[in-house]
Write a protein that binds this ligand. Structure first.
Ligand SMILES: *Cc1c(COP(=O)(O)O)cnc(C)c1O
Length: 392
């Protein structure tokens, strides 16, 4: 199906497996185990002589449908669905790395990913060196003989810095390492890292793939050979995606194209408007020509995406004033929802960093992040204008 149909069609139809009832919409199989016709069949299934479902920690038909559909969209040979985005990153590391291995990771990745590398993987003998998301020479210089994995997230949160996936893949491969890209912000509708040379794609399906802020889930995608280790970890250790959540994500993928296009159009309109406001010191949005990596972003992404960050003049008091003056936007750190969310990164998602670490990361106190939802952009502007009007 993958080579025959366009992305929009695959998002709606790839991976469908109908049961004996010939249901049209994908069925939700809420069952933890599966029955066998005979003792002999059970034995054959368990030793792998006969394909088929055994137990939902291993496989479930609803989860399999989601895995196949997302794999088709990312152009991946195989997809392993997980209970959350973080368990996708954990499964990737546990499936592919061993004590003594080394990771080179972008400094600008999701906070919990930093904690996972620094506080957990380190205890198991896996070391991580953090480097600039935008300076490829730093990645090259950080490589050691035991470097096994490059880990990038692009665009980054909350500064929307863009990593050059093709350049990073080239460096990683020269050092016999794999490049993993967290594609949560773009989704395959805007960016396909495997086409650009990456080996592994990571997703927090919790965000745009669900798209309506309901459930947690994740995925790791890549070649069948690479994913075998990831799957064996999952099947043994158990951070498996629930069938119910897989069913939500299957339905989410069907509308992903039109949602990503709408989020992107709203974000571009909002970013352009913000740039013209006297209370705003700078706007960070890859779709704006003023963005430092605008040209690169437009080469590797279809649009600038749905996340806009901006800095108000007047630091934290001004940023909090704008956030607290909203009546429509949701004050929450989540993103990728139909409902627009507004966040003050310095005191929430990045609040655990020291002021020096925040300054080094470029996250200052006036910064506000908006994940543009599907409401009217005019209403979003009016909601922000309320706060701007109160600033000196
Ligand atoms: C949210 C997020 C994660 C973690 O996903 P969960 O589903 O919350 O575990 C990882 N990476 C990025 C970029 C995210 O935004």
């Amino acid at each position: 199906m993958t080579d025959k149909y366009d992305l929009d069609t695959l998002a709606v139809r790839a991976g469908i497996q109908r049961s004996q009832f010939h249901e049209h919409s994908e069925a939700l199989f809420l069952t933890s185990s599966f029955v066998f016709d005979s003792a002999e069949q059970a034995a054959k299934r368990f030793i792998g002589e006969e394909p088929g479902n055994i137990y939902a920690r291993f496989t479930n038909p609803t989860v399999s449908m989601f895995q196949e559909r997302l794999a088709a969209l990312e152009g991946a040979e195989y997809c392993v669905a997980t209970a959350s985005g973080m368990s996708a990153i954990l499964a990737c590391a546990m499936g592919l790395l061993s004590a003594g291995d080394h990771i080179v990771a972008s400094r600008a990745i999701f906070g919990a990913s930093v904690q996972l590398f620094n506080n957990i993987l380190k205890r198991f003998g896996v070391e991580t060196t953090f480097v600039s998301p935008t300076d490829v020479d730093e990645w090259e210089a950080a490589c050691k003989p035991n470097t096994k994995l490059f880990f990038a997230e692009t665009p980054s949160n909350p500064l929307t810095e863009v990593c050059d996936i093709t350049a990073l893949a080239e460096i990683a491969h020269r050092h016999d390492a794999w490049l993993a890209v967290d594609n949560c912000f773009c989704t395959p509708m805007l960016q396909r890292p495997l086409d650009l040379g990456a080996d592994i794609v990571i997703h927090s399906a919790t965000k745009y793939i669900d798209g309506q802020g309901r459930v947690l889930g994740g995925a790791v995608l890549g070649s069948k050979a690479l994913m075998e280790g990831v799957y064996q970890f999952l099947r043994t250790a158990g951070p498996t995606l629930s069938a119910f959540n897989a069913w939500i994500f299957l339905k989410g993928l069907e509308t992903l194209r039109i949602r990503m296009d709408a989020h992107s159009a709203g974000a571009l309109a909002l970013a352009s408007w913000l740039e013209a406001q006297p209370q705003v010191a700078r706007v960070l949005y890859p779709g704006l020509p003023s963005h430092p990596q605008h040209a690169l972003a437009m080469r590797q992404q279809k649009t600038g995406g749905g996340i806009v960050s901006f800095e108000v003049k007047g630091g934290k008091p001004a940023a909090w004033k704008v956030i607290d003056s909203t009546q429509l936007l949701s004050i929450t750190a989540n993103l990728g929802d139909t409902k627009t969310t507004i966040t003050h990164p310095a005191s929430t998602t990045h609040g655990r960093l020291t002021p020096e670490q925040r300054a080094a990361a470029g996250i200052n106190d006036g910064l506000i992040r908006i994940a543009v939802g599907l409401e009217s952009v005019e209403d979003i502007k009016r909601d922000l204008q309320r706060g701007f009007d109160l600033l000196p």
